[in-house]
Design a protein around this ligand. Structure first.
Ligand SMILES: Nc1ncnc2c1ncn2[C@@H]1O[C@H](COP(=O)(O)OP(=O)(O)OP(=O)(O)O)[C@@H](O)[C@H]1O
Length: 330
């Protein structure tokens, strides 16, 4: 059996079913991300794991023990929220020490453990500060330290980076992942940000409307979406009807077809499918063109090598489709 095994978990609020028959697992030391659009039930699922929200039925088994009957404080779970939820009237070290004090850990052990964990999150120079004297990223590192200091058997992270700016987010992503690996922690991370999920996770559980759509590693999720929702949510797939796909490839398809923008190549007019550039937008290292070919509009991503290589709107071009990367989706 896996380190964490969630089986047939159900949750409703009154007549509204939030999720039903959720099954997933995590191995020891695995970083699993629950990814999905706003309202799909991922935070509620995380809160159910933590015991902050009750479940209607189902099992949550950690190391062979069903924790559903246990109150939150007996589950051995650490949790970090989007809002840092630090005690404003306590210093950084007092915030971190709080959980250990509740466990009546002797003072010398307590100081050593608080010092160790503050060092781990690179916040030991700020031990005597109060939360209002810290940046958002620093607050979140303290919140992380506070959840790690009790040595939880499972770490839950509910969109911990979403209130932070892009640069700090990237730095904290790496820091969380480093610490999680170093401590061999089993972690469940919630996000609606596909880039965050793809860069951080060992495995991604993609959710929609209270159901698990796909459960796979990042590469599989990105290259082999199981259905149109997965293709629409991950990457920036072009979703074509069978007729549109036929018009472009000459191949008969039974259902919709997904093509990734980076698997289409732009070449000269007399090479491949004749097409026209409608517009373009700069995404930084990539230029995304909207092109029209046989009456079908597509996004095409090209590496932004130089200004000279940019294609002007209205240019006539040729398109090459990498047929191997086309996916039929339900
Ligand atoms: N206490 C509650 N009472 C009734 N409905 C609730 C309650 N908490 C959450 N919901 C509903 O449950 C659904 C799932 O909410 P949840 O917060 O789990 O979604 P989410 O996927 O985490 O979304 P987000 O990314 O926006 O936080 C939503 O439709 C929400 O309105």
């Amino acid at each position: 059996m896996s380190y964490l095994q969630v089986t047939q978990l159900n949750k409703s609020y009154g007549p509204t079913q939030i999720f039903n028959n959720i099954d997933f697992s995590a191995e020891e030391g695995e970083f699993v991300t629950l990814l999905g659009p706003s309202g799909c039930g991922k935070s509620t699922l995380l809160r159910c794991l933590a015991g902050l929200t009750s479940v209607d039925s189902g099992k949550i088994v950690i190391q062979g023990q069903d924790i559903v009957p246990l109150p939150p404080q007996q589950r051995g779970i650490g949790m970090v929220f989007q809002s840092y939820a630090l005690f404003p009237n306590m210093t950084v070290e007092a915030n971190v020490a709080f959980g250990l004090k509740m466990q009546r850990i002797p003072a010398c052990d307590l100081h050593r453990r608080v010092g160790d964990v503050l060092e781990l999150v690179e916040m030991n120079d700020y031990a005597k500060r109060y939360p209002h004297q810290l940046s958002g990223g620093q607050c979140q590192r303290v919140a992380l330290a506070r959840s790690l200091v009790t040595q939880p058997r499972l770490l839950l992270l509910d969109e911990p980076l979403s209130a932070l700016d892009a640069r700090i987010r990237r730095h904290l992503r790496e820091q969380i992942r480093r610490i999680q690996r170093e401590m061999n922690l089993t972690a469940i991370f919630v996000t609606h940000d596909q880039e965050e999920a793809l860069t951080m996770s060992d495995r991604i559980v993609l959710m929609n409307k209270g159901q698990i759509v796909q459960n796979a590693d990042a590469e599989t999720l990105y290259t082999e979406p199981v259905d149109a929702f997965a293709a629409g949510f991950i990457g920036s797939y072009n979703l074509l009807s069978a007729e549109q796909a036929m018009a472009l490839t000459g191949i008969t398809y039974a259902g919709r077809v997904a093509i990734r923008p980076e698997s289409v190549t732009i070449s000269e007019l007399n090479e491949g499918i004749p097409a026209k550039i409608l517009s373009h937008s700069l995404l930084g290292n990539v230029v995304r063109y909207r092109v029209l070919a046989h009456g079908v509009e597509l996004s095409v991503d090209v590496l932004n090598r130089s200004v000279a290589s940019l294609r002007a709107d209205g240019s006539d071009i040729g398109l090459q489709l990498d047929l191997v990367t086309l996916r039929e989706v339900a």
